[in-house]
Every structure is written in structure tokens, then in C-alpha cells.
Design a binder for this molecule. Structure first.
Ligand SMILES: [Zn+2]
Length: 203
């Protein structure tokens, strides 16, 4: 992952103000979550956010961000409940849960899918990553392990190649969007996105 944006020079918004450290921290942790194979928590099959979302408002937000409907769906729609996703219980405090604007929900802040900014890894984020990337010698948790009586739970953290490969293009697009939201200049965004793309696709 390219961290040059957050490197030696103080990152700034286009209005010249230094970017907020908390925001940068949130973005870095979230993007690292993707790099480690995690998917969006608000898109968990167990999150049940599809019917909470005001889709007209979501499409309008998409227009402002330069997203077509397909991209809006890729970022917000509930994912199929696939075993490869290694789902966990829905974790509203996950770093992978978007804090979407209340206007995007029919119930506003009263929607179960609206959460304030999660700026740090949740306890469950830490446990999940530790289970998928254990220390040397420890057993690796995978969805193809011995079956248990545990029912398929909620949340959305994929760590399987199938899902990750299909999501690479989305990941690059999203990285670009986050840089835009952080207020970087267009040519800088293009440069960083290009580097990120190379890292993601391993070219
Ligand atoms: Zn994301």
C-alpha cells in the first residue's frame, strides 16, 4: 500500500489546511483492512442495510462523487452470504463499517446502519485479523476448515482470493475516492492511484 500521501510532508486539503490526523488514521486503517482481505461491514449479509438505505439519496451522493449506480451498489449493497467471506457477527464498531451520512437512511441517525466514525480497530477487528494471520505455529482460521455446528453468522470480512480478486478494481476506485475526499490535487490523486493500482494488481 502506498503511504507516501501520509509520509514526511504534512498532508493538506486543497484549501491549504492540514488534513486531520484522525481522518487520515481512519482511512489508513480501513484501507489496510481491505489489503488484508476485509470487506465492508455495512455490506454484511447480516447487516441488513439494503432496506434501511434511501437509494435515491445514495444515487445522488454517487453523482457528487462521480460514481455510477454500479459503483454505488458496489460500495453499499448487501453482499451475498458466501462461505468464502468468513463472516463474523455484525460489528457496528468495525473500522470496515462506513459512517454514512444520516440523510442516506430512511430513518436517519435512528437507522441501525448509521454509525458515527469508527476511527480505530474494534476488538472484533483485532480478533478476526489475528485469527486469519496467526503467529508462526498457530492454527489458521479458514472457512474451509472442519465444519462446526456454528450457524453462518453476519458480517463481512472476506479473506479469500475469489472475493478479493473480484474486488480489486473496486478497491482502487475507492482508494481514489478517499484521496479526493481528503482534498488532494487531481494530478497527485492520479499519481497515487496509479501506484496503488500497481501494488494491488502486483504489476
Ligand atoms: Zn472500504
Amino acid at each position: 500500500m502506498n503511504l507516501q500521501f501520509f509520509g514526511v510532508d504534512t498532508p493538506r486539503y486543497t484549501n491549504g489546511q492540514p488534513a486531520r490526523e484522525l481522518e487520515l488514521r481512519r482511512i489508513i486503517l480501513h484501507e489496510f483492512g481491505h489489503a488484508l482481505g476485509m470487506m465492508h461491514e455495512h455490506q454484511s449479509p447480516g447487516a441488513e442495510c439494503d432496506k434501511e438505505i434511501n437509494w435515491d439519496a445514495a444515487y445522488q451522493m454517487g453523482v457528487r462523487l462521480g460514481w455510477d449506480k454500479e459503483m454505488v451498489h458496489a460500495q453499499m449493497r448487501q453482499l451475498a452470504n458466501l462461505e468464502e467471506f468468513n463472516m463474523t457477527a455484525v460489528d457496528r464498531k468495525s473500522i470496515m463499517h462506513y459512517s454514512l451520512a444520516p440523510e442516506l437512511f430512511k430513518l436517519g441517525r435512528n437507522s441501525k446502519c448509521w454509525v458515527p466514525d469508527n476511527n480505530d480497530l474494534s476488538e472484533q477487528d483485532r480478533r478476526f485479523i489475528a485469527s486469519v494471520y496467526p503467529r508462526d505455529g498457530a492454527p489458521v482460521a479458514t472457512s474451509s476448515g472442519p465444519s462446526t455446528s456454528r450457524p453462518p453468522a453476519a458480517a463481512t470480512r472476506g479473506a479469500k482470493p475469489v472475493a478479493v480478486i473480484n474486488d480489486k478494481e473496486t478497491l482502487v476506485k475507492q482508494y481514489e475516492e478517499l484521496l479526493k475526499q481528503a482534498g488532494l490535487a487531481a494530478d497527485r490523486i492520479a499519481q497515487l492511484t496509479q501506484e496503488f493500482r500497481k501494488n494491488v494488481f502486483g504489476q
